[in-house]
Design a protein around this ligand. Structure first.
Ligand code: UDP
Length: 236
């Protein structure tokens, strides 16, 4: 029996790059979708928020000298591209996915309407939330926390390149150890970067737990959904 009935999966845009320098790596996206399919087949309702950093990052880089809000809108449009790629890959892998955008772009994808998203989830469709929160100065982490709270997800699963939260950067410090569990309060005291600050505050206020795990470990998503102690759990 899965440990969760409804999850919000946050995928970073960079996770789609594989070993490429930018963009979407075909083999990587297919593998990622197959991981998602495994948990859908368990009967888990899956909503996804995907970032855009593999195509455009407004907050930093790529946008030097640009008006911040304009750069951020470009970043949000990048998430729409990733969402379309993800949904189409899901279609090719025999799944049913719907993309809903926080920015009106109706010829391309339908707008985000909460009751409709809930209906799709109940029907067993994967819902991909595109264009972040629809607002500049935010990130897709915040979109994940926001949508996760809105749809009543039991947990936000943050899939990253690293397999959890460490006491220090494991690439720089060989002594760094991984937390199995950590409370929101402790993560704040230790100044651990789990999600960005806005997203973190939202999850804490809404008592929405977060699990950080590596999407590159085969079967990790399924193990997380089954309640295994994979990665790090941030709890209330
Ligand atoms: N973005 C934004 N508002 C949002 C979500 C995203 O302005 O609600 C912009 C922001 O510029 C961000 C970019 O979209 O840099 C891509 O999102 P993010 O950096 O979260 O993607 P990831 O790092 O997960 O690939």
């Amino acid at each position: 029996m899965p440990a969760h009935k409804r999850i919000l999966l946050k995928l970073s845009g960079e996770a789609l790059m594989g070993d490429d320098a930018y963009g979407i790596n075909r083999a990587t996206i297919v593998r990622m979708v197959q991981e998602v399919r495994e948990v859908v087949q368990l009967g888990v309702e899956v909503a996804v928020v995907i970032g855009g950093g593999n195509i455009f990052r407004g907050v930093a880089g790529g946008s030097v000298g640009m008006d911040r809000a304009t750069a951020d809108y470009m970043g949000m449009l990048a998430t729409v591209m990733n969402s379309l790629a993800l949904a189409d890959t899901m279609r090719q892998e025999g799944m049913v996915a719907r993309v809903m955008s926080a920015i009106a772009i109706e010829q391309v994808v339908e707008p985000y309407v909460r009751p409709k998203a809930l209906q799709y989830l109940e029907e067993g469709k994967v819902v991909i939330f595109a264009a972040g929160t629809g607002n500049p100065f935010f990130t897709t982490d915040t979109a994940a926390a926001l949508r996760g709270a809105e749809i009543g997800a039991e947990i936000v699963l943050k899939a990253t390149k690293v397999d959890g939260i460490y006491t220090a950067d494991p690439k720089k410090d060989p002594e760094a150890t991984r937390y199995n569990r950590i409370s929101f309060d402790e993560a704040i005291i230790k100044n651990l970067q789990v999600l960005d600050a806005t997203a973190f505050a939202l999850c804490r206020d809404q008592k929405l737990p977060i699990r950080v795990f590596s999407i590159f470990k085969p079967g990790a998503l399924k193990r997380v959904v089954m309640g295994d102690d994979e990665g790090t759990l941030v709890h209330v």
